[in-house]
Design a protein around this ligand. Structure first.
Ligand SMILES: [Zn+2]
Length: 207
């Protein structure tokens, strides 16, 4: 093989690598954008309005998106959360991600129940109270844990992965009692990732 051919081959190989890398980067950007810019938050009738107001203000202040409270509470009637999901979805009137604060979900001990196909996360207040051994009140610690769960649920609905930083709201540290109270915000790695996901949206509808 002559030198000219060898150089041509080397240049072609480099061009292929560059093309592959930029395609990958473009795919990554495309895949990590969201068409939604806001999350709706609604309560069921058995959750006090001030709890809804509290969680909405925490998400508004700390997540890089709009948080809108749906003023009318949804009813329950509850079989494993399905009624709550359906009622909340109907009340929201848009397919945007939705958090539903519910007083109690029958037969479900989980604190957060995600229904990915409906784009809905149920925050099961009763499960937080039971976890804290405070069945009759919504304490300050309970509210802080719900703040954190709401931030985690919002991130999850928008497709953010779990984080390794135990003090990040996106980490999975529910079993470590002292941590979730402190980790109510996104960490310095997750926050810009979420911001980028929201700002690069090519098909934003502003909802
Ligand atoms: Zn993080």
């Amino acid at each position: 093989m002559c030198t000219a051919m060898r150089i041509t081959l080397r240049v072609l190989t480099m061009l292929l690598i560059v093309a592959a890398v930029s395609t990958h980067a473009a795919e990554k950007k495309q895949g990590s954008t969201s068409k939604y810019k806001a999350v709706g938050i609604v309560r069921s009738k058995d959750v006090p309005a001030k709890v809804l107001a509290r969680i909405v203000s925490h998400v508004k202040a700390n997540a890089p998106l709009k948080a809108r409270a749906l003023s009318k509470p949804v009813s329950g009637g509850e079989v494993e959360g399905k009624t709550h999901v359906a009622n909340a979805r109907a009340a929201a009137k848009t397919p945007a991600p939705l958090l539903v604060l519910v007083g109690k979900v029958a037969k479900r001990p989980e604190r957060v129940i995600i229904s990915a196909k409906d784009n809905v996360a149920l925050i099961n207040v009763d499960a937080f109270q039971k976890y804290l051994n405070q069945p009759d009140k919504i304490s300050d610690e309970c509210l802080k844990r719900i703040d954190r769960a709401a931030m985690k649920a919002v991130g999850t609905l928008f497709g953010l992965p779990s984080c390794q930083n135990p003090f990040c709201a996106l980490s999975d540290v529910e079993s470590k009692p002292h941590i979730p109270v402190q980790g109510r915000n996104y960490c310095p790695a997750c926050l810009p990732e979420f911001e980028e996901m929201l700002s690069l949206s090519p098909t934003s509808k502003g909802n």
